[in-house]
Design a protein around this ligand. Structure first.
Ligand code: SAM
Ligand code: SF4
Length: 368
């Protein structure tokens, strides 16, 4: 008998404005549709708890931009969830925020309502690059929001940054890292910009307006590792750095292959070997829930080998790597990576070397 589901994710698919590089399932929010959507989410939770034992240790509100919900909407959603869920075991409650969407009242509500960890989408502390990224905030506003969150009582803040942005220089990236370190967040996520299909950025790459430079991107990645580890952040996953004990519990659970339920359009859930995805259309999600119809658009039963492969792909992105015993099915391929200097043995584990961290995606592909 499987144990209770311990990890919940809520996809809030609304943003004030769509960023030209983003491929998450999002739309520009409107007040009327949002209320119906929140009711649908709460109803979806009721369906889930009728089917599974749910005792969350972590809850993550991602998007999209959950912080773009109004204070009243957030209050409504949180009150609804508290009424439906058994939160006795909850240790982490995350919420993703765009710096342009938080004022004092909202910061206060988030903190008093029980959100324990806030992830702030700063991306850069350079106004020119923020403009290139089409962000709705500048660096001053992002810093003001960061300080506002601290004053509201948040003791666990993550700053999201992006590197390999078109036109970004090494000096600009170093300045962004130094500025971040000076603020002392508990966690920093540094994502290498990905040109996702069907985005403006992708079209500009194809058209030659933007040019990729792998050498520069590798240099930016190495600078990230050196600068943040020198400032006592542990590089615990390829894109993630944390002060001791401040790793994201929710993301760790996901990377360690724990069961999780996700709610909202386009969200996919995994329980045991069953994986399913909700319909990627907010209006359709709301409509189906309203008439008690399943929102599942796609479902599959993974083979044990597929699931092991996925977990190995995530596990190898972690600093400690994986026990050698778990990697036996891929011994031949991994031996090649060892000879290339991408992986090394350490305490009966196999982990990425510094060089290997630059090739993490290629190594991960071995497993899936
Ligand atoms: C779903 S967003 C949540 C935060 C919020 N919506 C915002 O943008 O401020 C999570 C993070 O993913 C990263 N991200 C989004 N699109 C990306 C891309 N194409 N390449 C790399 N990182 C990306 C950004 O750092 C962003 O803060
Ligand atoms: S990056 Fe964040 S704010 Fe921008 S469109 Fe994507 S989810 Fe929305």
């Amino acid at each position: 008998m499987p144990g209770p589901i311990r990890h919940l994710y809520f996809h809030i698919p609304f943003c004030p404005k769509l960023c030209p590089y983003c491929c998450f399932y999002v739309e520009v929010g409107s007040k009327n549709r949002t209320t119906a959507f929140l009711d649908a989410l709460l109803r979806d939770v009721e369906f889930a708890i009728a089917e599974y034992e749910v005792r969350p240790e972590t809850i993550y509100f991602g998007g999209g931009t959950p912080s773009a919900l109004t204070t009243a909407q957030l209050d409504y959603l949180f009150t609804g969830l508290r009424a439906r869920l058994d939160l006795r075991d909850l240790v982490e409650w995350d919420l993703e925020a765009n710096p342009a969407t938080i004022r004092e009242e909202k910061a206060h509500l988030l903190c008093t309502a029980g959100v324990t960890r806030l992830s702030l989408g700063v991306q850069s502390w350079d106004d020119a690059l923020l403009a290139t990224l089409g962000r709705t905030h500048d660096a001053t506003q992002a810093e003001r929001t960061y300080e506002l969150l601290r004053s509201a009582g948040f003791t666990n803040l993550n700053v999201d940054l992006m590197f390999a942005v078109p036109g970004q220089t090494l000096a600009q990236w170093e300045a962004t890292l130094e500025k971040t370190i000076a603020l002392r967040p508990e966690h920093v996520s540094c994502y290498c910009l990905t040109y996702e299909e069907d985005t403006d950025y992708f079209r500009k790459l194809l058209g030659g307006t933007f040019v990729q430079n792998d050498e520069r991107d590798a240099q930016l990645f190495e600078t990230t590792m050196d600068t943040l580890t020198a400032a006592a952040f542990a590089h615990y996953e390829i894109s993630n750095y944390a002060q001791p004990g401040r790793e994201s519990r929710h993301n760790l659970a996901y990377w360690q292959g724990r069961d999780y339920l996700r709610f909202g359009p386009s969200a996919f859930s995994t329980v045991g070997l069953r994986r399913w995805k909700a319909v990627p259309d907010t209006a359709e999600y709301v409509r189906r829930i309203g008439i008690g119809e399943s929102v599942t658009a796609f479902e599959e039963i993974l083979t044990p080998a597929q699931r092991r492969g996925e977990m190995a792909a995530f596990g190898m992105r972690m600093a400690g790597g994986l026990p050698l015993t778990e990697l036996a099915p891929w011994r031949t391929e991994l031996e090649e990576f060892r000879e290339l200097g991408f992986v090394e043995e350490w305490d009966a584990h196999l982990r990425l070397t510094r060089r290997g961290k630059l090739m993490a995606d290629a190594v991960a592909e071995t497993f899936v």
